[in-house]
Design a protein around this ligand. Structure first.
Ligand code: ADP
Length: 227
């Protein structure tokens, strides 16, 4: 069997260790995700979803435990190595789009590719293909401020997938949208994920959306349990 795209083993996270304001957020979380698998992460606010996603995406380090991406154990790796793996293998989506306001939708999706060494023509073609796939091709030349919330978030998905990562991590990606828009944007995200065959962890409060994913896990008392 091939290696899981993401493996979390015994992940612990303590903030302010040893101080009066110590917070134990994760207490041995375990997760394995195969290529093509889309997993919902549900938990109340403050349970540690963002902390877990940041650790899985190499933006933060656990207090204990191991993170492996594509079978590569990232424990004790240099910042440089972690940055390379994050840039090439991981795409992040947040509740707010965080697109660069002075660039068009197309440029926002091209930039990560150019930063990764892609040629301009190839970056443009891939960006346009992604934008068309989620139905915002006609908006490619617009800046984020001239797009609706749902369109901005679809562009943010395209940007996250610009470098063809094998893992997508999304933190409440539709949390800021009205229910009808949320539904459309979620469908676009699922379509894009299925098309590219990537593995994804999508944190959401929306149990209806969670039920449309392949599997659902809950963060409870610092552990991941099947939901
Ligand atoms: P969620 O995403 O589920 O809302 P978070 O991962 O943001 O939860 O936070 C989990 C807990 O950890 C919260 O109690 C939060 O206050 C605490 N926390 C998060 N980041 C820090 C930090 N940098 N320092 C101290 N406590 C933190």
């Amino acid at each position: 069997m091939s290696e899981p795209v993401l493996r979390l083993e015994g992940i612990e996270k303590v903030y302010n260790a040893g101080k009066p304001n110590e917070v134990r957020v994760l207490r041995g979380a375990e997760l394995e995700i195969a290529a093509g698998e889309i997993v919902a992460l549900v938990a109340p606010s403050g349970a540690g979803k963002s902390t877990l996603l940041h650790i899985a995406g190499l933006l933060d380090t656990p207090s204990a435990g191991r993170v492996a991406i594509g079978g590569q154990d990232m424990t004790g790796r240099s910042d440089r190595k972690r940055t390379t793996v994050r840039r090439e293998d991981v795409g992040f989506v947040y509740q707010f789009h965080h697109l660069l306001p002075e660039f068009s939708a197309l440029e926002n999706v091209m930039l990560p590719q150019l930063a990764n060494g892609a040629a301009r023509g190839a970056a443009k073609a891939r960006a346009m293909g992604l934008l068309e796939h989620v139905g915002v091709g006609p908006r490619a030349a617009h800046r984020p401020a001239d797009m609706s919330g749902g369109e901005q978030q679809r562009v943010a998905f395209c940007r996250a997938l610009a470098n063809a990562p094998r893992l997508m991590l999304a933190d409440e990606p539709t949390g800021n949208l009205d229910p009808a828009t949320s539904d459309q944007v979620f469908a676009a995200l699922m379509g894009l994920a299925r098309e590219t065959g990537l593995a994804a962890v999508i944190a959401t409060h929306n149990l209806e959306l969670a039920a449309r994913m392949d599997r659902c896990v809950r963060l409870e008392d610092g552990l991941l349990v099947p939901a």
